[in-house]
Design a protein around this ligand. Structure first.
Ligand code: RP5
Length: 207
């Protein structure tokens, strides 16, 4: 197994279901990664050490996901010049708005590339890490191009399915038209009964 080039940090094990979206994308692009839990508030020494040692250990990109007052990405970014991608996680009563602002609003000088909230953000973090690595790796660059083509094809397939689904009610119209002659006969009978001067024979009478 080759050495990991992407390091994934998350604030808690409760973040794992979200951050697995990032690992799925890294696997798709054939990128080796490592993953651990470290919290800017609960285990700050580990976060600082992780940031300080990352480059020496061969990492090229760091992805950091956290919820609530999410300082994880910013703190790790303060310890390294490697690109840091932040994933704000929607685990708080504020639905992640707190994490989004805490991750994105870095002061000038220490950037964090902040993704969208939650699972989509984690997925994009995996893709974005691949895009950073692709600048120096043609294999990853080609895989990214294939991914885009497949994504476009998926959208087209969905569009075709939508046409079939929305065409279905129209296809039923001819069946309703076939039922019309019976309905017309009934209404003619009803009109005849109402003609003035033609009394309907009373019950029990004969002509
Ligand atoms: C943050 O607090 C973590 O990133 C997590 O999203 C949130 C809640 O953590 P737990 O209380 O579930 O451990 O630090």
């Amino acid at each position: 197994m080759s050495k990991p080039v992407v390091g994934i940090l998350m604030g808690s094990d409760s973040d794992l279901p979200v951050m697995q979206e990032a690992t799925a994308m890294l696997q798709e692009f054939g990128i080796d990664y490592e993953m651990t839990i470290a919290s800017a508030h609960r285990s700050p020494k580990k976060v600082l050490e992780y940031g300080l040692s990352a480059e020496r250990r061969g990492l090229k990109v760091i992805i950091a996901g956290a919820g609530w007052a999410a300082h994880l990405a910013g703190v790790v970014a303060s310890q390294t010049t490697l690109p840091v991608i932040g994933v704000p996680i929607d685990s708080s009563p504020l639905k992640g708005i707190d994490a989004l602002l805490a991750t994105a609003q870095m002061p000038g000088g220490v950037p964090v590339a902040t993704m969208s909230l939650g699972k989509a953000g984690a997925k994009n973090a995996g893709i974005f890490a691949a895009q950073i690595l692709a600048a120096a790796d043609v294999k990853i660059a080609n895989r990214l191009k294939v991914y885009r083509v497949e994504m476009e094809r998926d959208v087209e397939e969905k569009a075709k399915r939508l046409v079939v689904m929305t065409a279905a009610p129209a296809a039923r119209e001819p069946i309703a038209a076939e039922a019309l002659p019976t309905a017309k006969k009934k209404s003619r009978r009803r009109r005849r009964k109402k003609k003035p001067g033609v009394a309907a024979p009373a019950q029990g009478q004969t002509a």
